[in-house]
Design a protein around this ligand. Structure first.
Ligand code: SAM
Length: 230
């Protein structure tokens, strides 16, 4: 995702009620942060946050954490949700401690590289991981940077609960074939797979489109998806 560098984006996102700036301090404490025992679902590489924000609105009893590497990209998500709140009929007032309440208390964003994920989540703390339209890194020598690579699955293994799962979708056939080939060597299993999500009556049910998905589906590209677990 190429975006113009936004001057001061780090400072701007740091002020947002939706951005957690010291996430490593919440390792093992995310349930207390959300003040409930609801499951935690994360999206890695959330981009401008269309998918995760919609999921949080649709499912108030799930806690969502969006992770994005670049502050200039996360800035767009923050801008959008701030605008949403300003135009919302729901008043977002400060609480007695002076903390700003969020209209979507089940949503939070983190600006970080997914390589650091085990510093932010404790063993088994996450119930579901979403990877949507991850960067393909087409050169072989960059395979380890691909988010569905076995190296990253090794990290996901540490933070995902025993009954947790990972959902991945993309329109990039090469990346999808690569991802499929990584599942067994990583010690995981494929539970569901489709080579045309939008025409799969079962897997398309309750599908929430991401920004990239909308763009590529509009061009007629098939969308590939798998769900994997251990
Ligand atoms: C192609 S965009 C897809 C955005 C969104 N998920 C969608 O489907 O519309 C991939 C995003 O993943 C982010 N990303 C790539 N590698 C990452 C990493 N190691 N950690 C966190 N985010 C990453 C990129 O910065 C980019 O915003």
């Amino acid at each position: 995702m190429r975006l113009r560098n936004v001057t001061g984006s780090e400072q701007i996102i740091a002020k947002s009620n939706y951005v957690c700036c010291q996430p490593e301090q919440l390792r093992g404490k995310w349930y207390s942060f959300f003040q409930n025992e609801n499951p935690i679902h994360i999206e890695i590489g959330m981009g401008k946050g269309k998918f995760i924000t919609k999921m949080a609105k649709l499912n108030p009893s799930i806690n969502y954490i969006g992770i994005e590497k670049y502050s200039s990209v996360l800035y767009r998500a923050v801008q959008k949700i701030d605008k949403d709140e300003q135009s919302s009929v729901v008043a977002v007032k400060d609480d007695n401690d002076g903390h700003k309440r969020r209209e979507y208390p089940n949503l939070v964003f983190i600006c970080m590289d997914a390589r650091e994920i085990t510093a932010v989540f404790d063993e088994g703390e996450v119930k579901r991981i979403y990877l949507n339209f991850s960067d393909p890194w087409p050169k072989d020598r960059h395979a380890k940077r691909r988010l569905p690579s076995r190296e990253f699955i090794g990290l996901y293994d540490k933070i995902l609960s025993a009954d947790g799962r990972l959902e991945f979708k993309t329109d990039n056939e090469g990346l999808f074939r690569f991802a499929m080939d990584e599942v067994t060597p990583a010690g995981w299993q494929t539970d569901q797979v489709t080579w045309d999500l939008h025409h799969d009556p079962i897997m398309v049910e309750a599908n929430v489109m991401t920004e990239y998905e909308e763009k590529f589906a509009a061009k007629g590209n098939p969308i590939y998806k798998y769900i994997i677990s251990r």
